[in-house]
Each structure stands twice: as C-alpha cells, then as structure tokens.
Design a protein around this ligand. Structure first.
Ligand code: FAD
Length: 380
C-alpha cells in the first residue's frame, strides 16, 4: 500500500488546477448567474484530455487511470462544481456507457468524437415519475423493421439541450420488468427528438439540465447499445463507476469551500484578532480538513479497485455517500465561517453551498446509497 501520488499525478493536478484558475475562475459567477453552459470551454478542456479522461488513446481518449480521473474532476470542482458536473456526466455516464458496452463500430462512430471533445454527451435514465425507481420508466422503444421507435421523455438530463450524442434507456419488453429495458444511442438531430424545459436550478447552474422528449423517434437498429434487455443491468454497472466521479466531485467541491473558509478565517478580524485564532473556528477547519482527507481516501480506493477490474458496487456507494455528505457539511461550515459575507455573492461560499446539495441527490440519493451498501453487506 502506497499513499504517495506519483510524479505524473502531481504534475496532472498542478496543470488541471492552473487551467481551472485561469480559464474558469474568472467566469464562475457570470456563468452561474446567467445559467450559461460554457461550450467555448470544451475545446480547451479537450486539449487537456478532460473530455476523454479514462478512454484509451485509440478511441481519442487521454488513457488516464481511475485515480487520475478523480484528480481531474476534483481540481475542476474545486473551482467550479458545475463545470465538473458536466465533465462527470459526459465522461462517466454517456461516454463510459458506450466504452463499456458499445460495439467496435459504435465506439469508432460515437466514442471517438466524444473523447476528443468534438461532441458533448448526455445520458437519460431519469423520468418525471421515475428517479430512484429507475426501472419504473415509461419511455418505450418498439421495433419497426430496421429501426426502433422511441416514445416518451427524460427529465433532469445533464446536457439535455446542448448534448450532441445521448444514451437513452427505454422499455423494450414491459412484461420483463428491469430485464426488459434496453439502451440506445441517439444523435442530436434525429427527427422526433426535441429538447424540453430547461431547469432553473438552485445550484450547478452552468451545467445544462433539461427535459428531452421523444415522439415517434426512429433509431436505426444498429444504435441499440448493449444487448436487448440488458440496458438496466448495464446502467447499474455504469453507475458503479459514475458514482466514483460524483465522490471525486464532492471531494473537490469540499476542498474549494475549505480553502475559501481558511483564507477568510486568516483575514477576518473580530474582537481585535483574526477569527482563525478562535478555537471554535479552528475546530471547524480541523473537522473539514479531516473529513475531506477521509473522503478522498475512500474515493481513491474505489477508483483504484475499479482500475484493477474489481467489482466496486459497495466501495463506489460508500465513497459517494460519505464524500457527498461531508461536502454538504464542509460547504455549510464555509458559509458559517464567512458570517454574513457567506450569504452574499461577493464571496464563493454561497455558491458552494448551493451547488453541493446535488451531490447527495444525483446518481442515486444518499438513501439509495445506504440501500445499496446494506444490500451488499447483507448478501455476504
Ligand atoms: C442537476 C441534476 C442533474 C441530473 N442529471 C441527470 C442525468 O444526466 N441523467 C439522468 O438520468 N438523471 C439525472 N438527474 C436525476 C437524478 O439522478 C435524480 O434526481 C435522482 O436519482 C433522484 O430521483 P428523483 O429526483 O426522482 O427523486 P425520488 O426518487 O422521487 O426520491 C425522492 C426522495 O425519496 C427517497 N426515496 C426514494 N426511494 C426510496 C427508497 N426505496 N428508500 C428510501 N428513500 C427513498 C429519495 O432518497 C429522495 O429523498 C439529475 C438531477 C439533477 C437535479
């Protein structure tokens, strides 16, 4: 067991941090206020390999390891969690689903442009009446000759409006329950696919979240992703990896909030002293730093195991649950340490506080993570 980052990992962290500080930090507030998805940033992130972090170079990716994936997501989230959410959905859901279960032809056609950052990916599982209970989806795909015809809608899709390639789960055999769900790859301009309502969100506002509607949307049969009826099982495997990304996002967000709180505590004076000299503030900082380190270790362990080809359902959920919940606490204490200035937009504290709540909801709520963890423990 060796906890030291390699020289390459340290260099990677420094370069992604520098990129985030120069290319993202100056725009964070404006993008948040305007709910602007920074498409103009995509080619710059692609040049660093951030649109294809973990995919092999032969598919246009950067060929990085699981731990390096976490470092990239963390460093972007430290500055702007909304941009990190876009990266996590693009890499960890859409592209990853195609990389794991696509045919060679599908990988060449869809994964390569995604990994190169020429196209932006979206992934639609959730519907207005089925989130945690994802297998209860209503969207259907019916076979018609050489096509599948999609009807229904997806809710809360990251990149629902701006995505070029979308992986969509739909019911192909209602009677078979979860084993009657299949996945499809849908191009942006496919007739019958239209973007619906763009959500006006509490946080993560620079990441596009929209409804996507399918009406008599004909998909060529060779765009079914994975085997017929395996869509739900494959989705669970995609989420095992995706949740490591959300854990890393939570660690990075918490790190950003902690650093903001530490800097403020060193400057702000009360009763003739900096507030960092008060033990009550020191304890908050000590708790935050300790929790972040613990969450980072859980996250890297899950990433390392995934890299070794091991099943990580338990470890991914533990990392996601713990990292997201400590991030909420760290972001809240960051606001508290800022006092009234934590409540206004001149400081980053309020944005971390708004952004962080998604971490305990997206890619499976905390309640669902506890169910997954308990199921794995009890099945041993
Ligand atoms: C900004 C944002 C981006 C998103 N991006 C995507 C995306 O790209 N693709 C996608 O498919 N989805 C996406 N989602 C959807 C997200 O994954 C769901 O919102 C989440 O899974 C919860 O589903 P729900 O909202 O339907 O809540 P529900 O499932 O209705 O849950 C409501 C509450 O009930 C609890 N609950 C439900 N079932 C149980 C149970 N069995 N035991 C105990 N408690 C339970 C939940 O934990 C929660 O507290 C996104 C959501 C947001 C807000």
């Amino acid at each position: 067991m060796d906890f030291r980052p390699t020289d390459e990992q340290q260099l990677l962290r420094r370069s992604v941090r520098e990129f985030a500080e120069t290319e993202i930090r100056p725009h964070v507030r404006e993008w948040d206020e305007q709910q602007h998805f920074p498409r103009e940033l995509v080619p710059k992130m692609a040049a660093l390999g951030l649109l294809g972090i973990q995919f092999p170079e032969e598919y246009g990716g950067a060929g990085m390891s699981g731990v390096e994936y976490c470092i990239c997501i963390e460093e972007i989230a430290r500055v702007d969690p909304a941009v990190a959410l876009s990266l996590a959905a693009h890499n960890g859901l859409c592209s990853s689903h195609i990389a794991l279960f696509g045919t060679e032809a599908q990988k060449q056609r869809f994964l390569v442009p995604l990994a190169r950052g020429e196209k932006v990916g979206a992934w639609g599982l959730t519907e207005s009446t089925s989130g945690s209970d994802a297998a209860g989806m209503r969207t259907t795909a019916k076979r018609a000759g050489q096509c599948w015809v999609l009807d229904g809608s997806k809710t809360f899709t990251t990149h629902g409006r701006v995505g070029d390639i979308m992986v969509v789960m739909a019911v192909t055999d209602r009677a078979a329950g979860a084993k009657g769900i299949s996945a499809f790859i849908v191009d942006r301009d496919t007739p019958g696919k239209t973007p619906g309502k763009k959500e006006d969100k509490l946080g993560m506002r620079a990441s596009d979240t929209s409804e996507v509607i399918f009406e008599n949307c004909r998909i060529p049969a060779d765009q079914m992703l994975g085997a017929e009826g395996q869509g739900f099982v494959n989705t669970m495997q995609v989420l095992d990896a995706g949740r490591i990304g959300i854990a890393a996002l939570s660690v990075g967000l918490a790190q950003g909030a902690y650093e903001a709180a530490l800097a403020y505590a060193r400057e702000r004076k009360a009763f003739g002293k900096t507030i960092s000299s008060f033990q009550a503030i020191q304890f908050k900082l000590a708790d935050a730093a300790t929790r972040i380190e613990a969450a980072r270790l859980l996250t890297y362990r899950a990433a390392f195991m995934k890299e070794q080809g091991q099943r990580t359902t338990l470890e991914s959920s533990m990392a996601k649950l713990y990292a997201s919940e400590i991030a909420v606490r760290v972001a809240e204490e960051c606001v508290q340490i800022h006092g009234g200035y934590g409540f206004v937009k001149d400081y980053p504290a309020e944005k971390y506080f708004r952004d962080v709540k998604l971490m305990t909801i997206g890619e499976g709520t905390s309640e669902i993570q506890r169910l997954v963890i308990a199921r794995r423990l009890l099945s041993r």
